[in-house]
Design a protein around this ligand. Sequence first.
Ligand code: FE
Length: 229
Amino acid sequence: MNTTRRGFLTAAMAAAAHGQLGAQESGHDHQEVPSDLTLRVKALESLLVEKGIVDSAALDALVDTFEHKVGPRNGARVVARAWADPSYKKRLLSNAPEAIAELGYTSGQGEHMLVVENGPKTHNLVVCTLCSCYPWPVLGLPPVWYKSAPYRSRAVIDPRGVLAEFGLQLAEDVELHVWDSTAELRYLVLPERPSGTENMTEDQLAVLVTRDAMVGVAKVPAPRPGGNE
Ligand code: FE
């Protein structure tokens, strides 16, 4: 790898790790998509609507669903339930789509999901090396960094380095598993329940769970003393 490329990767990962791409995550600015492709998509959409093949109201409803109704809070509720209810956790680990549907979360891009559990000596990290496959019903749409070429390649080549750039230093004796999502099978990380949460309700637990922890680039932080309800 030449120094220019290394410099680019380092800068891109640093920006992602520090949330500098956050502004783009909330909008529709997919930086890595060439503008001619964006234009082609818009042209195709206009044509399909014009010919009456798709209904623009239906498209708006789909976009609204994924912007406002489906997102990482759904995944957080799944994780909190698994932490609070051992029998639910067992169902979640053996048949994720069914267990997730129990909480009412069903949508496309989540027909086949596998939940992988983190523990004191095991850590799981999720990537899609080919594109950006992601468990939509529980995490919503993927963040920009998840779709970026540096994350997709380096999560496999140097997963510990990537985690370190996200601020997670993994001890040498922790076994690290990297899961490569596909359109057929998408992964959700069940993070470790932090200490100090023993007396928390399921609702309080759900507040602690972050999107990044469910992708495996972070841990769920322990509640600050006196900082949580
Ligand atoms: Fe993909």
